[in-house]
Design a protein around this ligand. Structure first.
Ligand SMILES: [Zn+2]
Length: 660
């Protein structure tokens, strides 16, 4: 049993929350999203959040939670009583559904609701459900009912593949909690899990804590860029957007200055993870984390191919340089983001062509052509959603997973996308920068993964699949978002209706490649570091490991007295799976090139993609889905080639072009 955490996308930027429901009726949506919203939603009205009537008031959380816990109790008894068979898996899935639908919703409300009393109530619910999940995962009788099924060769072998896979996934959740251990060791596992939860929270909090430096240590003219705190200056980020080199350099050196205490927390966290993994029978934490993924085992990840791939990228960067004032060879880390993504396009020239309405119409057109489905903007019932601004986060949340119901109907999923978008003004609708547009496409890729999934069990619905496959549908959408044939279908000026000029489309598509090379290199470095941290324990500090990895895998030199890893919050959520983004990108790239590149709006290909990849969620082994789509099983070389080939074509042409 596991309660799913939403997969927050790796790197995206930064005010409105919009909720989409899965819909079955159809019409264009552009006008709806460009219209001004006059109404202010009354969140205390009778229709509760997401249509749950009890959630029209804060007290409702307890009611909903208690009902789920009671239902759980009954289902546990039922599972323990029933003879092994398909019904065992069905009961487990119901059990998971009744807990997940409360936990997932609470998970979302606790970060997104404007009212703190709602956020607090949701937080309590999350904790109570989490405690129940922990208890279930160490419930020996419950586990035995599942094991009886898996051990019964005769019955198990006759089950359909999806049911078998889901049964194995449920068993895996028990195993990582150490259920197979003796009482003493099981207790140790529980204690380690509790300690890990605490260390993870501590690390996450300290990742974003500002560092401070005495005012007089910095030149006065840059003080204005930071927060003042008496005789100190607080620096809470890298200020990567600041045009002044000195501001970025100071921010880099102060924000990343190592903190002994945080260093200790991280080292403790890694050591506890290692202990827990070995206690439950794995070689390392990375081995445990990669079970069931496409990568399968840690060794396959940092093979020599990836290293040679790096050499190639470095060469490419050197090629890029002669005509540019910034030498990429002597560049410091604080220049990377700023220069690489700046010297090509000006977002404000593009945004009038990317009104939210135009983009939604673009998505609608794309989905109609590919899958034969369309979106409908539906007016939410009063009280069902809230309309105020939320946090700085771009991600998606599954509020309810899809599953086959006993009466033959399908439980439709509910997905929320949370995006940071500018407000509409008196004279203009919400206008998106190219980055935001691409991001909207990305998040809609996740949403469609959930909405078009038709798994029998909610345990494997849509994005509830292995981490290294989860980003495939969303990254594939980025390819659509940067293809001129797709962009030219929807990018129109919100006032004049003029289409986005061809030359601007071309420049936009090319600029993605420039950022891509630097970004891929950085991602490879991060991914390898994450693997090494979660591999065999080493007798050296995390900083020493990082310095070593940076030297080997990253083009830019390490800056003395910095400890970037202490700001790498993804070490908590992704632990040993940070590579997932690259892996998913490689698969998306292969699917795009082989299947969609020739004709991105082909209905037949769209249908095949839906059938082979989207429909299965996590109910089918990811490599089999990839194989079904590509008609062959890709090798590790194919994965690497896919990443590299994204970066090469027309590179120099573009640089010349952009200087003209
Ligand atoms: Zn994503």
């Amino acid at each position: 049993m596991s309660v799913y955490r939403p997969l927050v996308c790796l790197f995206r930027h930064g005010t409105a929350a919009r909720a989409w429901r899965t819909l079955t009726t159809w019409s264009p949506v552009g006008a709806a999203f460009n219209a001004r919203v006059h109404r202010r939603l009354d969140i205390f009205h009778q229709n509760g959040l997401f249509g749950v009537p009890e959630l029209s008031c804060v007290e409702g959380f307890e009611v909903v939670q208690d009902r789920a816990l009671q239902e759980t109790q009954q289902l546990v008894e039922e599972a323990c009583r029933c003879p092994p068979g398909v019904q065992t898996v069905e009961i487990f899935d119901k059990l998971s559904d009744s807990l997940c639908r409360v936990a997932d919703m609470a998970d979302f409300i606790k970060v997104a609701h404007p009212d703190p009393s709602y956020r607090e109530a949701a937080e309590r619910t999350c904790i109570n459900i989490g405690t129940m999940v922990e208890r279930l995962n160490t419930n020996v009788d419950l586990c035995k009912s599942l094991k009886d099924l898996l051990d019964n060769e005769e019955i198990f072998s006759k089950l359909d593949p999806e049911t078998r896979r889901v049964a194995e996934l449920f068993l895996f959740d028990f195993e990582i909690s150490g259920i197979h251990l003796d009482k003493k060791k099981r207790k140790e596992a529980v204690n380690l899990n509790v300690k890990l939860l605490d260390l993870s929270n501590q690390f996450l909090m300290s990742c974003h804590m500002p560092n401070r430096i005495e005012k007089r240590a910095l030149p006065e003219h840059i003080h204005q860029h930071f927060t003042k705190d008496g005789n100190y200056i607080q620096i809470g980020g890298l200020n990567a957007d600041a045009p002044d080199d000195l501001v970025r350099e100071v921010a880099y050196k102060v924000f990343l200055y190592p903190n002994e205490n945080v260093m200790h927390i991280l080292e403790e966290l890694l050591s506890c993870r290692d202990k827990l993994a070995r206690l439950v029978g794995y070689e390392s934490y990375a081995h445990r984390a990669l079970k069931g993924t496409m990568a399968k085992s840690p060794g396959r990840l940092y093979s020599s191919e990836i290293v040679s791939d790096f050499e190639m990228m470095r060469e490419m960067k050197t090629k890029l340089n002669p005509r540019n004032p910034v030498s990429f060879n002597n560049m410091a880390c604080w220049h990377v983001v700023f220069y690489l993504c700046r010297f090509n396009i000006e977002p404000s020239l593009y945004s009038p062509y990317f009104s939210l309405g135009a983009c939604m119409e673009g998505l609608n057109g794309l989905f109609t052509q590919l899958y034969g489905v369309s979106l409908l903007a539906e007016q939410p019932s009063v009280g069902e959603v809230w309309s105020e601004d939320v946090r700085k986060l771009d991600c998606h949340f599954t509020i309810r997973g899809g599953r086959q119901l006993e009466d033959g109907q399908y439980q439709l999923p509910i997905v929320v996308l949370m995006l940071n978008l500018p407000h509409p003004t008196r004279s203009a609708p919400t206008l998106l920068s190219p980055g935001m547009m691409e991001n909207l496409f990305h998040e809609m890729g996740h949403a469609m993964h959930s909405m078009l999934g038709r798994t029998r069990y909610q345990h494997v619905t849509g994005t509830r699949c292995v981490t290294d496959f989860a980003e495939v549908p969303s990254i594939l959408m980025e390819y659509f978002a940067t293809d001129y044939r797709v962009i030219s279908q929807f990018a129109r000026h919100y006032q004049t209706g003029q289409p986005l000029p061809q030359s601007m489309v071309a420049r936009l598509c090319e600029s993605k490649k420039v950022c891509g090379a630097a970004d891929t290199q950085l991602q490879v470095f991060y991914a390898i570091m994450d693997q090494v941290y979660h591999g065999k324990p080493q007798n050296r500090s995390t900083t020493d490991i990082m310095i070593d990895m940076q030297k080997k895998y990253y083009g830019l030199p390490y800056v003395t007295n910095t400890a970037w890893q202490l700001r790498f919050s993804h070490l908590v959520g992704y632990g040993a799976k940070y590579y997932s983004y690259l892996m998913s990108r490689a698969v998306a790239s292969m699917v795009w090139k082989q299947c969609f590149y020739k004709d991105p709006l082909n209905r037949e290909t769209g249908e095949r993609y839906r059938r082979e990849m989207l429909a299965h969620g996590g109910g089918k082994e990811p490599m089999l889905m990839v194989e079904g789509m590509l008609q062959k099983r890709p090798s590790i070389e194919d994965f690497v080639n896919a990443l590299v080939s994204d970066l090469d074509p027309d590179f120099e042409t573009f640089i010349m072009d952009s200087e003209g």
